[in-house]
Design a binder for this molecule. Structure first.
Ligand SMILES: [Zn+2]
Length: 59
């Protein structure tokens, strides 16, 4: 079954939105490799009507 693999790939990363001051899941998250070798998840706030961006270091 590929079910478990699929779930881990779809793992929701949460971050803090500075715009609406809410901690929630990152929407349309993408991983970015930073020059110092760490990985950052960047995406949009999932709150309805909020256009804020969320960025979080994941590793
Ligand atoms: Zn927000």
């Amino acid at each position: 079954m590929v079910c478990l693999e699929h779930m881990s790939e779809m793992a929701v990363i949460e971050g803090f939105c500075l715009k609406c001051k809410t901690y929630g899941p990152i929407k349309d998250g993408q991983l970015f490799k930073m020059s110092n070798g760490r990985t950052r998840m960047g995406g949009h706030c999932s709150q309805l009507g909020c256009t804020g961006k969320i960025s979080k270091i994941v590793s």
